[in-house]
Design a protein around this ligand. Structure first.
Ligand code: NAD
Length: 292
């Protein structure tokens, strides 16, 4: 396991999540239940930087504090996934590739940054769409998560990737960024979805925009473009059944919900924090205990 601790079962570990507005995160419960099932105690603390008690703390202060307090590591989320990089000693290959970190491991006096969103999406995709053809894939959304998903799709073997974002500059930037890492990859930015579907139908579509979230209802892909031969994946997981997935299911498409990415990013982070393999089914069971 790349970058993990030696696999010695600890008595107790402290980990946490640093971000803003993170009160509803399911990640603490997944880690704590997994540790308990493996016979040790894990305190997973939500370190919400919006909390009044942390008003005077910077990200750097927060990292210093948890490192001094003996944390095994922390997850990092909005708005710190890129900002945290300058505070770290080294990055994993995936974190360097994506240019964002969601997991920091404290090890031998060093801070190592990882990106488990990439592997989380890739693992969910490979397991959830077995047998599907994905040579030609459309990614909608080129924001923070879209970058990790794009790299994951390339690593999963997508041969032609079209990227659409309502902010065309973001799609162009992601294409340039991907071409630097994968120079032989056929990747293009598309300003108009009609342009993609007029020439040919992609094998499948991934939504990496926030469209479909409870607070942003709707779908980034008009239903006219759906076809039963396509698969449709969403990374939004609140709610699990987004409008896009509902439309796709009604059309007869294979679908992949965002819960897989959320669970597998935690599976890999658990392994990095503890050096112990995590049980994805058990972590998914904990994830599913939340009201959706
Ligand atoms: P972001 O704001 O960084 O990026 C979103 C991008 O989508 C932006 O570039 C925006 O221009 C684009 N966009 C928005 N609406 C669009 C539309 N209708 N058509 C085309 N483009 C559109 O957000 P993010 O951090 O990348 O997160 C995106 C979503 O992914 C959020 O809902 C987040 O909760 C979810 N997410 C899920 C997981 C998971 O584990 N399942 C992990 C990370 C993020």
């Amino acid at each position: 396991m790349q970058g993990a601790h030696a696999a010695v079962i600890p008595d107790h570990i402290n980990i946490g999540l640093i971000g803003c507005g993170i009160g509803k995160s399911r990640t603490p419960a997944m880690h704590m239940a997994e540790a308990k099932a493996q016979g040790f105690l894990c305190d997973y603390n939500l370190l919400d930087m919006d909390d009044e008690s942390r008003a005077d703390l910077s990200l750097s202060d927060m990292l210093d504090t948890v490192e001094k307090d003996g944390y095994a590591g922390v997850n990092v989320t909005y708005p710190y996934k890129m900002k945290v990089i300058s505070l770290l000693d080294d990055l994993s290959d995936n974190a360097r590739m994506v240019g964002a970190v969601n997991t920091v491991v404290f090890k031998d006096g060093k801070r190592i940054g990882h990106n488990t969103d990439l592997w989380g999406f890739a693992e969910s995709f490979r397991r959830g769409l077995i047998g599907a053809k994905w040579d030609d894939t459309l990614l909608i959304g080129a924001g923070g998560a879209g970058v990790a998903v794009a790299h994951a799709l390339v690593q999963c073997g997508v041969k032609q990737l079209s990227i659409h974002d309502m902010d065309l500059e973001r799609a162009d930037n992601l294409v340039d960024h991907l071409k630097k890492t994968w120079p032989d990859m056929a990747v293009r930015a598309v300003g108009d979805l009609g342009q993609v579907f007029a020439s040919h139908r992609p094998d499948g579509v991934v939504n990496a925009t926030p469209m479909g979230m409870a607070k942003l209802p709707g779908s980034a892909l008009p239903t006219d473009y759906l076809n039963e031969k396509m698969w449709v994946a969403d990374i939004v997981y609140f709610p699990l059944e987004t409008q896009l997935l509902k439309d796709a299911r009604a059309c007869g498409c294979r679908t992949l919900p965002g819960s897989g990415m959320a669970v597998f990013q935690a599976v890999r982070a658990f392994e990095l924090f503890t050096g112990l393999p995590a049980d994805p089914n058990r972590m998914k069971e904990t994830f599913d205990t939340f009201d959706l």
